[in-house]
Design a protein around this ligand. Structure first.
Ligand code: HEM
Length: 179
């Protein structure tokens, strides 16, 4: 996965739990490398090891940690890729258009990065339905990113897991709704 994700996971741990906690986590998780940069891609297994170790150390569920991490990613995402977003877009518009704009560009620019192919249906001005079926099964990150976007735009967002790969469904189908 893209080095941004790995680097931001380190930054997330540091910002929430401090520098010593990151050292402790790296010691426990034993990822393939301790130093990560946004210019490279690194094994998905490193993320899994880090999140599993973080859950053991904090007592929080991997899902809760991944959601919080997704939320944490948004300011960095916007700083790096914000120029691809139309200024008029709000939370639902970004979710609706991420595949054709951002993820497509990420796939082209970063060797080794394979962002999920998000399928969306805009069922009305106030609701979008996302189908997510990445084998990484990181729907919690998708929910977290969406919450981070809503916080950024000052919108209330209701998220409903209609189907979920973690419950044995073939894909995660998630609805996002604003008032
Ligand atoms: C500013 C907006 C966004 C940017 C810049 C962005 C960028 C990225 C990047 C760089 C990755 C790593 C891909 C890899 O290395 O293979 C990624 C993964 C991911 N993105 Fe996005 N993304 C954005 C918005 C979204 C949105 C709105 C969603 C869903 C609601 C989403 C869902 C995910 C998920 C779940 C992953 C984890 C990898 C996987 O599931 O296979 N992203 N994104």
């Amino acid at each position: 996965m893209h080095g941004i994700i790995h680097l931001e996971l380190h930054n997330f741990v540091k910002s929430q739990y401090g520098e010593a906690a990151l050292d402790q986590l790296l010691e426990r998780a034993q990822p393939s490398t301790r130093i990560v940069t946004p210019l490279s891609s690194y094994p998905d297994a490193d993320i899994v090891a880090m999140v599993t170790a973080a859950a053991e150390l904090t007592g929080k569920s991997p899902t809760a940690l991944l959601e919080a991490f997704g939320e944490f990613l948004v300011p960095t995402y916007v700083a790096l890729y914000g120029s691809l977003l139309k200024p008029t877009w709000r939370t639902l518009d970004v979710i609706e258009h991420t595949e054709q704009t951002i993820h497509r560009v990420v796939r082209r620019r970063q060797p080794g990065a394979l962002p999920p192919r998000l399928r969306t249906v805009r069922v009305g001005p106030k609701m979008v339905i996302l189908t997510y079926d990445s084998p990484r099964k990181l729907c919690a990150v998708a929910r977290g990113i969406s919450r981070g976007l809503a916080a950024r735009f000052g919108e209330a967002l209701t998220i409903n897991d209609i189907e979920c790969m973690h419950r044995g469904d073939p894909a995660c189908i998630i609805s996002f709704e604003v008032p």
